[in-house]
Design a protein around this ligand. Sequence first.
Ligand code: GDP
Length: 295
Amino acid sequence: KEKLTKTRQGFVDKVERIFTGATKIDEDLYEELEEALIQSDVGISTSMELVENLRKKVKERKIADPLLLNEVLKENIVELLGEKIELKLNDSGTTVYLVVGVNGVGKTTTLGKLARHFRNEGKSVLLAAGDTFRAAAIEQLEAWGQRAGVDVIKQSEGADPAAVTFDALQAAKARKTDILLVDTAGRLHNKVNLMKELTKMKRVVEREIPSAPHEVLLILDATTGQNAIQQVRIFQEAAEVTGIILTKLDGTAKGGVILGIQGEARVPVKMIGIGEGLEDLKPFEPDQFAEALFG
Ligand code: GDP
């Protein structure tokens, strides 16, 4: 919670200043609030939606004191964020996640953290080096595998990612591995290729384990603000994303982007990255997040 201090400062200070600085609830106040939300990376349509809901509740409840708006806004944010949604697991056999995202967002680090997360729960884990485009990506994944204490299934640079995925599935089946985490390439310059590659990997997974992939997890960097929302749209087209892991929430005042993602993309944020270390991955708790936002 203390790691979200920057988000809290960026978001709530702005909002609270508006509420405490106003003498009455009027159009100017609503406009200022909408502006502040947009500046906090909540996104235009989600900001408008939040303000619209606030306006409705103020009317219904005949609220006149601006100082009471804080609570109502918080209520709207809790509603927007919805219930906590856990990572989906296979109840019989290996659970398979495809992990997607643009280079630099923290995908490799998050794969290491996820591996450790499941190891901490006593599960066996395998990583698959499905980003075969760069040798460095394979090496980095191996380094994280070592740190997390799990094996990495790999081929050489330039290998077919679907073939690596197939190998990893065979290994996971033979070893009765609980969790298989498959890395994918993060090049966005060619959307058609990206889509083809992900579709092919997914098909291999489905053929071997019909209920899989159990999640397609999109890794997003919270510090990129609105770009993150853009990336959700692109990857949703390419791969039917089922959940989001938002990284670098420790280093940003832009945690408001979570609201934008939930409001505009309707894909649940399932976990958050709050540091560079192996243990710095936490389940996303909507209630706690809303509480943290409002101090
Ligand atoms: P990839 O290219 O997407 O695989 O990105 P990396 O996993 O190599 O991470 C890129 C940089 O982001 C590295 O310096 C990581 O240490 C850093 N990073 C990843 N996750 C987090 C996080 O949650 N918080 C912070 N502060 N840094 C992170």
